[in-house]
Unconditional design. Structure first.
Length: 621
């Protein structure tokens, strides 16, 4: 997920739903919430080995997950009262689980709502609630490795969502937004980062991915969208419709999404090379802006599949919605903040970022919230790689400068924060504390700097294998380090200690003086007051300039002050640090120091974490 678009780009990957025209059928009685999915026969308690989820065999559990591995959730939800401002729902959720140890009870996450009935493998059972935890007693002991199904019937109210970035910190759960930018009501869910529990009794942690199926009954005027492929729409006698969806690719539970609106226009892109036609559901008043935002999204799909491996999710859609604040990568149904579309570049970049999550974050999940950069930083890095490939070197430079700009501003503002590191030390942090631009921007540059260490081709090959090896599973930062070391035969502990587990970034001054004939002595001083006491170590590319003449050299920076003598065909009158923006660093500026490079501005204060520093220009909107 990308943060609110007022402070950054947004992230969202909308679940691909290639909706065809609604089926028409003779009206049938309106289904109760107990019908359909919720009434599917439970597996016999004495035959766990035959248990499946929607016809999919369960396989072996992920034993790194405590208690149980969630395999899939089947949701049957109906709007009980559609009165504006007082909307309520009834629901049944069936969860299929594999035990990762012997169990006599199961703990689920559920905040609010009223639980009406709980059963396990068809047998009624008792439950208790403490805070946002729901503890279910198992009628029989469950052995390690056995599967079982828990059915929970409950009811609750739609939360009243606030529009725009202002509501980001309070929105979440199943919401009714009374007035979007078109003045109309939208029903929608927002589960990021730990808010699925506000409306679903689940294992609410990204490590524990699951398949999902949904049976959703809403007023008939609404188009209802959810994850995966649509398997049916039924017209009911009470002026409602029941929409059914199925997504049999395991996803982090925060990806589960429902959106319902009566004024979406289903538009589509040219088919990608893999045959996927990407749909985008735009407000009727914003159709042209939607077409502009997604003009090359199918080409991004082509780049990601060619470079990082196949797209494994089936359909793909983007939804214009309120109350997101940015973008959210709900698998196959990405949510896009309604206000972004007046800024063409922002909406385009957010869409590309959210699509990238179908490799990083959705397909390969994070094992802990402290590893969030493996989702967000990776997706920003993939976004930069695509834009560089599609828009050319100049367009790529604009994107990398924007990533650097946002990262520098964030780290200077958070210079005293306990979570300044890209991957903070354990214990696991509150996800909302982790949700800063550090995991996006510093994370993207950690990968960009790894290119200089292991080579771009080697890193690309590794990432393709990474997404394949860990598909449908969860990963840690240490796994990334050890696997990359093995693949490249490089020792990377020092790199990770400095750029991933350490804090902040270099802020430098550079000076030159003539040396022997044809040579120039270059001295780099690091002036930041946060980070390693001895300074950072890194290769630094410099562009020496004198009028129209330029010459590039690379030197190793090994501490607070480093000097190297380099060959130069002229005496430089100025120096540009890191001309291609490959380093998460910047130059110091201010009195008695050289001006920033053209287009960059001198900002900050000497009371901050360094002297004043050079900031890249903001990208066009």
């Amino acid at each position: 997920m990308l943060p609110p678009v007022t402070t950054a780009l947004s992230r969202a990957a909308l679940l691909a739903l290639a909706l065809s025209a609604c089926k028409t059928a003779a009206p049938v009685p309106a289904p109760t919430v107990d019908a359909g999915l919720a009434d599917a026969p439970d597996a016999p308690a004495d035959a766990p080995s035959t248990l499946t989820f929607r016809g999919q065999p369960l396989g072996a559990p992920d034993r790194t997950i405590p208690e149980v591995d969630a395999i899939g959730y089947e949701l049957d939800l109906a709007v009980a009262d559609a009165t504006p401002g007082a909307e309520t729902f009834r629901a049944t959720l069936r969860g299929t689980f594999l035990a990762t140890r012997a169990l006599s009870a199961l703990s689920l996450d559920l905040e609010g709502n009223e639980v009406d009935e709980v059963s396990v493998d068809g047998a009624p059972t008792t439950h208790t609630r403490t805070g946002d935890r729901l503890d279910v007693a198992l009628p029989r002991p469950v052995a390690d490795g056995d599967g079982f199904v828990v059915s929970i019937r409950y009811h609750g109210s739609f939360l009243q969502g606030r529009t725009g970035a202002a509501g980001f910190n309070t929105n979440g759960g199943l919401m009714a937004v009374q007035r979007n930018r078109e003045g109309r009501r939208v029903f929608m869910s927002l589960d990021w980062p730990g808010r699925t529990r506000r409306w679903l009794p689940v294992r609410d942690h990204p490590r524990d991915g699951a398949m999902v199926a949904a049976r959703l009954t809403f007023p008939a005027a609404l188009t209802v969208l959810s994850n995966g492929r649509r398997v049916g729409v039924t017209e009911n006698a009470d002026e409602t419709r029941t929409w059914e969806y199925e997504a049999l690719t395991p996803m982090p539970i925060y990806d589960l999404h429902i959106g319902a609106y009566d004024q979406w226009v289903d538009q589509e892109t040219p088919a990608a090379a893999n045959g996927v036609t990407i749909h985008h559901y735009d407000y009727r008043s914003m159709m042209a802006q939607g077409n502009a935002a997604y003009a090359d999204i199918h080409e991004a799909m082509n780049f990601y599949t060619d470079t990082f491996g196949p797209y494994r999710w089936g359909p793909m859609s983007f939804l214009q919605e309120p109350a997101i604040g940015g973008g959210m990568e709900h698998a196959t149904v990405v949510s896009m903040e309604e206000t972004m579309f007046t800024r063409a570049r922002v909406a385009r970049v957010v869409a590309i970022h959210e699509l990238a999550h179908h490799w990083s974050g959705n397909l390969v999940r994070v094992a802990t919230w402290n590893d969030l950069w493996l989702s967000e930083g990776f997706s920003d890095y993939l976004t930069g790689r695509y834009i560089e490939s599609h828009d050319g070197a100049a367009g790529g430079l604009v994107q990398w400068q924007e990533i650097l700009r946002q990262g520098l501003l964030t780290e200077h503002a958070m210079r005293n924060d306990a979570l300044l590191a890209l991957r903070p030390a354990d214990p696991e942090a509150d996800p909302l504390r982790m949700f800063t631009l550090i995991v996006y921007k510093h994370g993207a540059f950690a990968l960009r700097m790894l290119e200089a260490t292991v080579g771009r081709e080697a890193l690309t090959t590794f990432l393709r294998g990474w997404f394949d090896r860990h598909a449908y599973g969860s990963v840690t930062t240490e796994a990334l380090r050890t696997e990359l070391e093995s693949a490249t035969h490089r020792e990377l502990r020092g790199f990770f200690d400095q750029w991933v587990y350490g804090v902040f970034h270099p802020v430098m001054t550079v000076s030159t003086r003539p040396a022997e004939a044809g040579m120039v002595a270059v001295t780099v001083r690091q002036v930041q007051t946060v980070g390693p006491a001895e300074g950072f170590r890194y290769p630094l590319e410099l562009e020496l300039r004198n009028g129209a003449m330029t010459h590039r050299v690379t030197m190793e920076v090994t501490g607070r002050e480093s000097t190297a003598t380099v060959a130069a065909p002229f005496t430089p009158t100025s120096v540009v640090i890191d001309p291609e923006v490959k380093l998460f660093a910047t130059a110091a500026c201010g009195a008695a120091l050289p001006d920033c490079r053209q287009g960059w501005t001198c900002t900050g204060s000497t009371t901050l974490a360094s002297a004043r520093y050079c900031l890249p220009p903001a990208a066009p909107q």
